[in-house]
Design a protein around this ligand. Sequence first.
Ligand SMILES: [Zn+2]
Ligand SMILES: [Zn+2]
Ligand SMILES: [Zn+2]
Length: 151
Amino acid sequence: MARRQLAPPSDLHLTVAKRLRGDGQRYTSNRRALVEVLELTERPLTIAEILERDPRLAQSSAYRNLSVLDSCGVVRRIVTDDEYARYELAEDLTGHHHHLICSQCGRVEDFTISPQLEASLERAFKRVTARTGFTAEHHRLDLVGSCSRCG
Ligand SMILES: [Zn+2]
Ligand SMILES: [Zn+2]
Ligand SMILES: [Zn+2]
């Protein structure tokens, strides 16, 4: 299991602007500031953590802008056992990965597994879809438990 080493594309902001425009939304400076915070982080962040990293952001607009970015497919919202949703850039912008979710403190970490392991997971999932007639687009696989600080 490796820590995430994913890199957003160099034309990230162009891609985001295009995606927003496709939904009739503008890439405002506040939305760009949110994307810039998420671009630099190696794990999903709560709104409080996002605001800490860029004091120019206001809580009310951050909340609204994150839900616009979420519905345009720029940001992914991760729900855990605690009351705080966490946000990260969408997987197709950064790369496929999985999460460690701590059910004590709510912390979420990204991790990746080797391409060989991903391929054997895909083979296992193909047997499931063949059996059930389900059409799969992608998979999500998270480990839930206690982080090293809580465990
Ligand atoms: Zn924890
Ligand atoms: Zn993630
Ligand atoms: Zn996977």
